[in-house]
Design a protein around this ligand. Sequence first.
Ligand SMILES: Cc1ncc(COP(=O)(O)O)c(C=O)c1O
Ligand SMILES: N[C@@H](CCCC[NH3+])C(=O)O
Length: 454
Amino acid sequence: MAASLPVAPASVLGADPDPSFAELLAARSHLSMHAHDGLMVEEVPLARIAAVVGTPTWVYSAGALRRRARALKSALDGAGLRASVHYAVKANTSLAVLKVLADEGLGADVVSEGELRAARAAGIPGSGIVFSGVGKTERELRLAIAEDIAQINLESAEEAEALSALATSLGRTARVALRVNPDVDARTHAKITTGRSENKFGVAIEDAPALYARLAALPGLEPVGVATHIGSQITSGMAAYRAAYARLAELVQALRAEGLPVRHIDCGGGLGIPYRDEPAPMPEALAGAIKATLGPLGLPVMLEPGRWIAGPPGLLLASVVLQKQGTNRRFLVLDAAMNDLVRPAMYDAWHGILPVGPVDFVAPASPADVVGPVCETGDTFARGRALPSLKPRALVAFLDAGAYGAVMSSTYNMRPFAAEVMVDGTRFAVVRDRQTYDELLGGNRLPAWLGGAP
Ligand SMILES: Cc1ncc(COP(=O)(O)O)c(C=O)c1O
Ligand SMILES: N[C@@H](CCCC[NH3+])C(=O)O
């Protein structure tokens, strides 16, 4: 049920005010503020989840995941593209999330044995799986061959030679695509741009024709296409995508002129989401950019979106431990920390923070620094954020934390991994148990010479 509550004040920081609570809510249709139950995900009050599961807890909306998977596919269909979507598993590896997306017919883009196993465990067939990554081990390549996955995206000449030798020794032929680095600037955070020549990913586009010919000549390999991925959280429009895809199109024409077979093009991921008030790139725009640049080739395309699918449907639910008055600063100290959600510490990322209680939602707001209890100054989620005065045990939600949230958490400061919950309509379920202290300590062993069992 939508909020019929007054609009909370925007940030008091001035020139570029943060979005108000009401604006944040309005842009996220799986969230609503109920006058009695507080902030809800679909039909489930977050306060109920906190009462049953505790905090910190990741909460995912199955409905929002399904809607986004469908929206992406319909944008691609609408542009008349023959396209397959391979969800980038790295964004969120929860089996429940993967199962929802598998049920929507999505394939997977994986970068490790663990991700390949997770995708298979969720029921994604090998024929829907693409394996990317700059350093796949022999063990991982063996598994990829055994699972007969759709394609292995090769990122170097060295990897091509190694895979050829391995596949030949196994008496198999591996379908491969060549990941090229088009040397375009995706104009995103320096730590997550991948398509510049100085980045470690892919092979230089100038070297691609010769290497593709080599793939065709090597035993045990069947080159089926070319791939690229220029970076993540791309919100600067379609120019970088267009530049990269135009280079891919030229490459494909050059390969065809040499009589080399190209069956499809892997366009990568990277579509950004509005965490704060960034312009929201729509899948229709990406589909249009693909159509305009690659459409004339008449080939099927593959996409590898991670964040766009899994980001907005997830949040991190946390409790206030205490509110501390510092020198000219108010600190809201939470039970969640940088070990749970590392993006603010790692990339200075901005996440919307909403109070969960209906009373807190409409109470007067003033600037607060929102921090965790970890012993690092970087354990700061937000500075000067307009929030009401919150009592110990009040709940807050970090928005858009479904992608690169739980997957990047650690147990730093001996803090267990948080629980994960999925909401679907009126029901919710724990989809990953909170790590226990026994599990947290369990992997430790004392050698005999320190008193451990011989
Ligand atoms: C090869 C590859 N494909 C897809 C993705 C998914 O990116 P995003 O979550 O930005 O869509 C990544 C991560 O950036 C990647 O490295
Ligand atoms: N982990 C990054 C994105 C990296 C994308 C993976 N190649 C983030 O949280 O924004």
